[in-house]
Structure formats: structure tokens, C-alpha cells
Design a protein around this ligand. Structure first.
Ligand SMILES: Cc1cc2nc3c(=O)[nH]c(=O)nc-3n(C[C@H](O)[C@H](O)[C@H](O)COP(=O)(O)OP(=O)(O)OC[C@H]3O[C@@H](n4cnc5c(N)ncnc54)[C@H](O)[C@@H]3O)c2cc1C
Length: 505
């Protein structure tokens, strides 16, 4: 076994200095290595760098050690060892989160769940699957696709993100408009609490008595416990799907089309919007021959064939009335897949038109889409910063992408300011600071703008009921240290951690 890694080096950042406070002692590393096997215990500095950030790469911190357990029992052992040593714990799936949820606390024990990727049970009669948390979202549908089944929540990152991460973030996706978010598809979880106890919450049988603790755990961002098994609701694939792509002069007409379609009683399986910049980026990345227009909608309806034909015809008519320039219906499955590839790769595609970008995630009532996008456009031109929009229009779940060049002094800071201002616009219109990416580290300061002190205190009390020492993912979600473990206790976040300065890359 090699030596521990956290020697402070000359020129170490403040984050590294804080890591020193949580230095993992050699004997603790030895115990962790024994718990998961030497090859699954990562402690070399260059290897630890892989785990320094999640998708929010502007913030980084080095964990003290990373363990990769493969069973619930191994997770329990790691949690007990870490807690006996007084170390904070951060769970991690694939690290695709966009709010810094899996950002390590410097010097923490990071528990990576990526090796726990077994499908444990498939029960078609009762329409559920039991999986380990490291199973990749898309692999769930792949495992049951041949039998005509699938798992509905489909984040755009579904080819890489894990079910455990989806549960922690209550992830959404294009098709969650009709079918509901992760919380509507998780029937139960097995969870390891900070004291090492193991609990089965919920289960495949519907209408369980008692509090809905499964619902509490879904969306809890790794702060209540570590999920080691998930029971997922699975669905029969719909008989048919009809897709169309509609272009508009601007986001105003496209936004009005969304409101008209949904208020007519149509429930699309998905209705996604892209503005001009997002279309340009998606075209550059995929070679799609989409026209240069102000906005586009990509819409799916699904269900029995007759219903699909009728509904898509009506929706197309409503889109035309709202000002659609052109409607394209894919000729075959391959063309449809390409259209969806264009949409799902749009975040990454923005890398083609900007060196750096921040992904924002806010929610507004969908009737306000047109007005809010106009406000964002006004903000963008006032500040001289480009903002691309690609988002789940049916849910009113905006994803503005604020473009900048990190090499130019001041641009990143300005992008952050605009990003924050966009959230405030969402709040002004009666919306929320996150639709699906979670609060994590990034949006904790905005919680106090959305919730009252009483709201935050109630949430903190719930957290403390699961984890009185606040050892799991401390310093996330809540804007300031609050109750139990966040106040004087075993783990005390450094002020620089709370302000974010400690983690700035
Ligand atoms: C290109 C791109 C597109 C995206 N599109 C979408 C989208 O359409 N919809 C959407 O909702 N999100 C989207 N995301 C965000 C991200 O993919 C999701 O939040 C996803 O659920 C994170 O999964 P992960 O496995 O990467 O989790 P991580 O990033 O590793 O972790 C996320 C959070 O979950 C916690 N966690 C992870 N595993 C566990 C566990 N087993 N038990 C307890 N806590 C755990 C972590 O502590 C952290 O707080 C996108 C991201 C990218 C990069």
C-alpha cells in the first residue's frame, strides 16, 4: 500500500489548505483499502484529480481518498470508518451533476458508486426493476428494451449518468412532461445512513403505510444517506410515437405555441425549445440541416397509433396558428433519432460556438416563457454577453447557457452574475431556482431568496433526523450553517468553503 497523499505543497490553494484540516490518517486509509480492496481505494494525487469536480468544473477540491465499493456491506464499512475518524463523506455517481453536488469537501472520504452497476431483479408482472445505484440511466432501458419495456426519465446525460445520481437530484428529462420526474418512478430505495445503519424505504408494493420517506430521499442531493439499491417503476413502450420539428421567427412565437398546445389539453410526451444560438450549435455538432431561424420546437406525442395521429395533427395546426414558419416530420426512425440527437447534444454542442459556458437551470410557469425569454435577451444584450437557450419547454424548465471566454479577465465573473440574475428573473415570475440540476454547492446562496427562514429550518430539521452530525455532503444546499451538525459539531465548514472561494478552480 502507498503512502497517504495530503501533504501540503508550496503554492497550495486555499482549498488544499482546508484539505489539511481533514487529512485522512494513514491508518484510516489502510482500513478503507481493506474494506473495498486495495485496487478500489484511490489515494494517489494524480488519480484523485479525476474526482476534483463534477460537471460544474469552475469549482474544484481534492478529496482525501476515494473508495469504490461494490456492495451495500462495503458502503457500510466505509461510512463507519470515515465517521469514526470524524471525516465528512461525499457520494458520487458519474460526476455529471451541474450544481457541484458531488464537489468534494477538501480532504473528505469520497464514496464513488460507479462499480455498483448490477441489475438485481426484473419483474415484468409487477412492472419494477431493482438495480444498484451505479447503473447508467440508459442501461436500464437497454436491459428491458427487447421485451418491449423501458424506464421513462431521460436526462440528456442519460448515456453516462447513474441512477443513484438521478435519485439524489430527482432528475428530469425531455419525456418527464408526460411521465413525471425520477420521484414518480422510484418505488423504493435501500439507504445507508451516516451511522452505518441500513434501511429499506418504500418497496414494489404500492400504497405503503407511514411517511413517504422514499419521496424525501429522492432529490435529497446525497445529504440524507447513500443509496445502495433502487426499485424503479418500468413502463411498456408506447405503441407509436409521432415527432415534429417546428421553426419560428423568434422564441416569442415558439413560447406561445407551447402554451397553445398544452392549454388545448394535449399532453405531449416531450416539447423542447431551442433558440437561434442553440440551433446554430446543434447544427455545427451534428450536421443537421436545420434552417437559421429564431427558435424551434421539437415535439413528441406517443400512445396508440390513432391517438398519436389525431394529437400530432392538432398540435401541428396550433403551432402553425402561433406563427410556425415550417413544420418537419421525420421520414423514418433514423431521421427522428438524428433530430433528438441534435437536441440532446445541444449543451455539449455549445462548446462549438464558445470557449466556456455556464449552464443555468430555472423554472417558470410555462405561460411566461415568451416574456421571460424576452427579459433574458434584454439582459444579454445590455451586458454584452451571449446567452443560448435550450430547454424543456413543456415544464417551463429553462436552461440558459451563458457563454464566455475564461481567458478574458472578468468574463467568467460577468457570466456568473448574469446567471444569477436569470434565476432572479425566474423567481420574479413565480418560478424556482432549479428544475432538475439540484441546488448543490452552486445554488445554495439562492435558497434564501426562494425560501423563508422557517422553510429552511424545517428542511434542516428533516436532514438532521437522518444525519445529526451533517457528515454527508456538508456545505451543500443550505445557504448558511444551520442546525445540529452544521452548527458546532464534528464537522465545521471553513468560511471560505461557504463563500465558494475555497473551491474556485
Ligand atoms: C450534458 C449534460 C446534460 C444534462 N442533462 C440533464 C437533464 O436533461 N436532466 C437532468 O435532470 N440533469 C441533467 N444533467 C445533470 C446530471 O447529469 C444529473 O443531475 C444526473 O442525475 C447526475 O448523475 P451522476 O451519476 O453524474 O451524479 P453525480 O454528479 O455524481 O452526483 C450528483 C449528486 O448525487 C449524489 N449522489 C450520487 N450518487 C448517490 C448515491 N448513490 N446515493 C446518494 N447520493 C448520491 C452526489 O453526492 C451529488 O450530490 C446533465 C448533465 C450534463 C453534463
Amino acid at each position: 500500500m502507498n503512502d497517504p497523499v495530503h501533504e501540503l505543497k508550496p503554492g497550495a490553494t486555499q482549498a488544499h489548505a482546508i484539505a489539511g484540516q481533514h487529512r485522512v490518517a494513514p491508518q484510516v486509509i489502510a482500513q478503507l483499502c481493506e474494506a473495498v480492496g486495495d485496487g478500489n481505494c484511490i489515494r494517489q494525487p494524480e488519480q484523485l484529480r479525476t474526482y476534483e469536480s463534477d460537471g460544474l468544473a469552475t469549482f474544484r477540491a481534492t478529496p482525501g481518498v476515494v473508495v469504490l465499493p461494490s456492495t451495500t456491506e462495503e458502503v457500510v464499512r466505509c461510512v463507519k470508518i470515515a465517521r469514526e475518524a470524524g471525516l465528512p463523506i461525499v457520494a458520487r455517481g458519474s460526476g455529471t451533476g451541474l450544481s457541484g453536488g458531488a464537489l468534494p469537501i477538501p480532504g473528505c472520504v469520497l464514496i464513488g458508486l460507479a462499480r455498483m452497476r448490477k441489475v438485481l431483479q426484473v419483474d415484468f408482472d409487477n412492472a419494477f426493476m431493482r438495480v444498484q445505484p451505479g447503473v447508467i440511466n440508459l442501461d436500464v432501458s437497454k436491459a428491458i428494451g427487447a421485451q418491449g419495456w423501458y424506464y421513462a426519465p431521460d436526462p440528456s446525460s442519460q448515456s453516462v449518468c447513474t441512477i443513484g445520481g438521478n435519485v439524489a437530484e430527482n432528475s428530469g428529462g425531455a419525456h418527464c412532461l408526460k411521465y413525471g420526474f425520477t420521484v414518480n418512478h422510484v418505488l423504493g430505495v435501500r439507504i445507508v445512513l451516516a451511522d452505518g445503519s441500513v434501511h429499506d424505504l418504500g418497496g414494489p408494493v404500492l400504497d405503503q403505510p407511514g411517511y413517504d420517506l422514499t419521496g424525501v430521499v429522492v432529490g435529497s442531493e446525497g445529504m440524507l444517506g447513500i443509496v445502495t439499491e433502487v426499485i424503479l417503476r418500468i413502463l411498456r413502450k408506447p405503441e407509436a410515437t409521432r415527432t415534429f420539428f417546428a421553426t419560428f421567427p423568434s422564441t416569442t412565437e415558439a413560447g406561445n405555441a407551447v402554451s397553445a398546445i398544452i392549454s388545448s389539453g394535449i399532453v405531449p410526451a416531450a416539447i423542447e425549445m431551442m433558440d437561434r444560438l442553440a440551433i446554430v450549435a446543434a447544427k455545427a455538432a451534428t450536421g443537421l440541416d436545420w434552417p437559421d431561424v429564431g427558435a424551434a420546437l421539437l415535439m413528441d406525442v406517443d400512445g396508440p397509433v390513432a391517438e398519436c395521429e389525431h394529437t400530432s395533427k392538432n398540435a401541428i395546426e396550433l403551432a402553425r396558428k402561433a406563427g410556425a414558419i415550417e413544420i418537419r416530420v421525420p421520414r423514418d426512425a433514423a431521421e427522428r433519432d438524428l433530430m433528438w440527437k441534435g437536441r440532446k447534444s445541444a449543451f455539449a454542442a455549445v462548446g462549438r460556438i464558445a470557449r466556456n459556458y455556464l449552464v443555468q437551470d430555472g423554472v417558470i410557469p410555462r405561460s411566461e416563457i415568451a416574456r421571460v425569454l424576452e427579459e433574458i435577451a434584454a439582459l444579454s444584450s445590455k451586458m454584452g454577453v451571449r446567452v443560448a437557450n435550450v430547454f424543456h419547454a413543456g415544464d417551463g424548465n429553462l436552461h440558459p447557457l451563458v457563454l464566455f471566454d475564461a481567458r478574458v479577465p472578468g468574463e467568467e465573473k460577468l457570466a456568473e452574475e448574469i446567471s444569477g440574475e436569470i434565476l432572479r428573473i425566474c423567481l420574479r415570475y413565480g418560478g424556482s431556482i432549479t428544475g432538475e440540476h439540484g441546488v448543490g454547492f452552486d445554488k445554495a446562496p439562492f435558497m434564501a431568496e426562494m425560501f423563508t427562514e422557517d422553510d429552511l429550518e424545517t428542511m434542516s430539521r428533516l436532514r438532521c433526523a437522518f444525519d445529526p452530525a451533517c457528515a454527508l455532503n456538508p456545505g451543500k444546499v443550505f445557504p448558511t450553517p444551520r442546525l445540529c451538525g452544521d452548527k458546532p459539531g464534528p464537522y465545521q465548514p471553513h468560511p471560505a468553503e461557504l463563500s465558494g472561494e475555497a473551491y474556485r478552480a
